[in-house]
Design a binder for this molecule. Structure first.
Ligand SMILES: Nc1ncnc2c1ncn2[C@@H]1O[C@H](COP(=O)(O)OP(=O)(O)OP(=O)(O)O)[C@@H](O)[C@H]1O
Ligand SMILES: [Mg+2]
Length: 574
């Protein structure tokens, strides 16, 4: 399990770093190591200084003193330098990871995102960042310097040539290591559970906050609190169990150390009593005992911190696991394909498509449909019939179970996302608005649009009046999910976005459902005018919208029938 954690850590590092930052990490480690070696050598120069004083050698004394001061300063400065470089490196890793992570999330199937929930996904990212911080800090600032300290302390000990005591200390270190690995294993298990539970808790809290109005008006605080209190209590119960176990583990550790201390003191004390060693030797044995054991224990503790932190990577690796991506859609497809001239796409086709979210209910059964440029298709049908599902299939957000969906004869799931979404635009039923300015929300559709392009799109979406009322014009903040706008204004914002694109195929999923008749009619005319000679799909319950179509697909539960109708409103009314 530890190795799996370490592999995940390396995967995350590889994912977050480019070759330049890897080189920079190498340099940081070198600086930290040289600093630690210089520092650890200071006691040797002190020894040299004392020796030169005892033989009254002026020259050797000056040299020893100078090297001691130099090593001390060098060690201090390099450690400081290494430390600041390491901390900056950690910030940089987390920054790069954050950006890369968002790119990975975009590639995930929508259903995976729905299942996890936004808050849990944010927690997964924060978990990795916290793990990066712990792992890298322990490795760079504790583990490497302590290894140097242990090596130096051991060499001092070898110089003492007391093999019986050395044997006792080595056996202690072996037992201590075995015990520690056992403890780390137990602890990591608890840590992993905590990470998973913390993410679930984040999901609950997000659920609570995003529904706070509902909870208020339905007086539902009690039922929600009870549900969440039980969930939040799981971590408490988990760690209660650990600390009981931990007490036993501590008894084992203290017993081991007391055993070592007692036996070393007994052996050395007996020798002192038998006049085999001097009092100085007896004192030195104790000093060296601590000098070997203390850094060794910090080393193992640092390893423990790393092992604990490694558990934070598992949920991330699981989330971006290719298996979970493959199972639902190929939305993340990055392969390149035969040059399909999508910029001139003129045909969109469903051929014998079958689809159901689960095997119990098929929403599309052997479904076929062909759309060509200038077609305006209206899709009608009762709620839950599968209209939005049809949109998801057309937009490559969901894979059909069988059959093919193609654009100019090429299966859409073999076309790269970037090429596909250049030619394809969908205004979804859920208004996807960012908690940012009006301008930012529009430029999502076209980053290069000028302010006057934005104004024109707003005008075509009948939003000019709304813009005039906003305090900072295009730079006005629209709030979380656009909640500072009315329901109809939010819908018109997403329609305005669609006017900033030049797609070949465009779908509006009930995009005018909240609008009054006059505004709806003006916008629909603009839609068919701006996107003339493209393929337009209008999902709707309203006869007033169907009137703009030349083809109507009725998605009743029994049959998916396509009627070709005379376009009633399209050209004569524009
Ligand atoms: N991600 C999903 N996982 C499982 N079932 C789903 C999922 N999304 C939708 N469904 C189910 O599929 C059916 C069709 O849903 P869809 O959203 O396509 O309906 P719709 O025709 O657009 O309805 P409405 O007019 O209410 O928007 C519904 O019964 C719905 O419960
Ligand atoms: Mg729908």
């Amino acid at each position: 399990m530890k190795f799996e954690g370490a592999a995940n850590f390396l995967k995350v590092l590889d994912f977050s770093l480019d070759s330049q930052s890897k080189r920079s990490a190498g340099l940081t480690i070198t600086i930290v190591l040289i600093g630690s070696i210089s520092y650890a050598l200071v006691p040797y120069t002190l020894q040299m200084t004392i020796n030169s004083l005892s033989v009254k050698d002026n020259h050797a004394f000056a040299m020893a003193l100078a090297s001691m001061l130099l090593l001390y300063s060098f060690g201090q400065i390099l450690s400081q330098k290494g430390q600041s470089r390491a901390l900056l490196f950690i910030i940089d890793v987390n920054r790069r990871f954050g950006v890369g992570f968002m790119g990975e999330v975009v590639k995930l199937p929508i259903s995976v995102i729905i299942t996890h929930g936004a808050a849990k996904i944010v927690q997964i990212m924060q978990g990795v960042r916290a793990s990066n911080q712990s792992c890298l800090q322990s490795l760079l600032l504790v583990l490497f310097p302590t290894v140097v300290e242990v090596v130096v302390a051991c060499s001092v000990f070898v110089a003492l040539k007391d093999f019986l005591v050395a044997g006792l200390i080595v056996s202690y270190l072996v037992f201590y290591t075995m015990y520690s690995f056992r403890r780390i294993k137990v602890l990591s298990g608890y840590q992993k559970e905590t990470v998973i539970q913390t993410m679930e808790n984040a999901r609950s809290i997000n659920n609570f906050i995003s529904n706070v109005e509902t909870i208020k008006v339905f007086n539902a605080v009690k039922i929600v609190e009870e549900k969440y209190l039980a969930e939040q209590g799981k971590i408490f119960a988990l760690w209660q169990g650990f600390y009981t176990k931990n007490l036993l583990l501590e008894v084992v550790r203290v017993t081991m150390f007391v055993g070592l201390l007692g036996s070393v003191l007994y052996v050395s004390g007996s020798r002192l009593l038998a006049d085999q060693i001097s009092l100085g030797h007896f004192v030195m044995v104790n000093a060296y005992l601590y000098q070997v054991c203390r850094p060794f224990e910090s080393l193992i503790r640092a390893l423990g911190t790393v092992a604990e932190a490694l558990s934070g990577y598992a949920p991330f690796v699981e989330l971006i696991n290719p298996r979970s991506k493959m199972s639902q859609t190929s939305h993340g497809g990055t392969t390149s394909y035969p040059a399909v001239p999508l910029s001139t796409a003129s045909q969109f086709e469903f051929k014998h498509v079958n689809f159901g979210y689960d095997s119990t209910r098929q929403l599309l059964l052997d479904f076929s449909l062909t759309l060509r440029s200038s077609d305006v298709l209206a899709v009608t049908g009762p709620s839950g019939a599968g209209k939005s599902t049809l949109v998801k299939l057309m937009s490559k957000l969901q894979l059909p179970n069988s059959g093919s969906i193609s654009i100019n004869g090429v299966d859409i799931n073999t076309v790269s996302d970037s090429e596909f979404y250049d030619a394809f635009c969908v205004v979804t039923q859920d208004v996807g608005l960012f908690n940012d300015t009006l301008a930012f929300n529009l430029r999502v559709a076209d980053p290069d649009a000028s302010d006057s392009d934005l104004m024109r799109a707003l005008d075509n979406a009948c939003l000019t009046e709304v813009l005039r009322k906003l305090p900072d014009g295009l730079n006005s903040q629209i709030g979380e999910r656009g909640l500072r706008l009315s329901g109809g204004e939010r819908q018109r914002m997403t329609i305005a976005r669609s006017f900033l694109r030049r797609p070949r195929i465009i779908i509006y999923d009930e995009s005018t459902s909240s609008l009054d008749e006059a505004t709806e009619a003006r916008i629909l005319k603009n839609i068919v005018r701006i996107h003339a000679d493209k393929i337009i799909v209008l999902i709707t319950h309203k006869a007033s919208v169907v009137a703009y179509a030349n083809k109507v697909l009725n998605m009743t539960d029994e049959a998916r029938t396509l009627h070709v109708v005379k376009p009633a409103m399209i050209h004569d009314n524009v």
